[in-house]
Ligand binder design. Sequence first.
Ligand code: CS2
Ligand code: MG
Length: 417
Amino acid sequence: MNASAPDEGCAGSVRDREIVAARVIVTCPGRNFVTLKIETRSGVYGLGDATLNGRELAVASYLADHVVPNLIGRDAGRIEDTWQFLYRGAYWRRGPVTMTAIAAVDVALWDIVAKLAGMPLYQLLGGRSREGVLVYGHANGRDIEEASEQVGRYIEKGFRAVRAQCGVPGVHKPYGVARGKAYEPAESELPVETVWSTPAYLNVVPQLFERLRADHGPDIELLHDVHHRLTPIEAARLARDLEPYRLFWLEDATPAENQRAFELIRRHSVTPLAVGEVFNSIWDAKHLIEAQLIDFIRATIVHAGGITHVRRLADFAALHQVRTGFHGATDLSPVCMGAALHFDTWVPNFGIQEYMFHTEETDAVFPHDYVFREGRLHCGERPGHGVDIDEALARKFPYRPKQLPVARLADGTMWDW
Ligand code: CS2
Ligand code: MG
């Protein structure tokens, strides 16, 4: 460290910023969450979400056993250097567990520095680019009728964009359809086996959106999540079949390990495409973005290395007119949502933010200052990302082993859930 470097600045002194403690908090207020809390000598602390649905304890151990010992004594203000240390120093690079752990540290450090500087996180990133953040809600139904009724209820709540999913005739436990009060796919200790039928799905989805346009008109933005289930040519067919209904986006149309697969979809349709909630690095999306094979990148702060990495991804996307569309399901905690909203408030190439209501228990454990108003979420003006954790309350909700479902075809072939 340069001895002549100023010791006192807008984010306190190096001594103020010294990391003196860090701990991993696992809690289950309605569902499992993993949170990293980093404390500095000044008493200011930061929070980062480290939740990886169905693999929470892997990240908790990665943080507690391999990362936290390296944080003690570091300057919390050296956000970039810490990111580089954790990324290059791991030797084993990338992957959802590593990048979720790095993300938790990164977001906690951004939270600390913004608090010490006395500014909301969006200001530290570069200031406000918009008043409020357009969000989309999740409507679903066991059949088209029920799904359309729920879309109507989201419109009544003020949503300007709604994702719609519905049951698939002959398919037991279809993706995206709630089987209780709130939609929570990680419902059992071991994976629930579901069955998938592409023909039945390809038949019902165009009917769903024909009905939604007939019931709700041309103005509401409609989205749909294929959830990785189709081959590229099947995805191309669905994207083309949906063109009359002008979707805001068709999500995860086909698995994206082979980024070039999207060239086939692009050749056949102008339906906008979104991908990336399972991505954890800019490299997962490089060709998709460079070749403009997608319109929205969904990689989010909690799983893609935090603000420091996602900022690079967003800037790269902006060069190719690709916009952000962050993942925002209930298995991303309010800590991630808070940080994402500050990022969304700043980022120039913002597209839309997914917003699923957390349970009341979750909101009680994670008090926050963001609010929904007229179809948009508004982050608060408090220093940092505006989300806290009630540790005493968190302790009342012990971890409960849960895993995501799996999917098979009718003949037993393993498929993508
Ligand atoms: C879905 C998620 O929100 C979405 O777009 O893909 O609900 C996803 O199934 C879960 O986050 C998996 O944990
Ligand atoms: Mg999705």
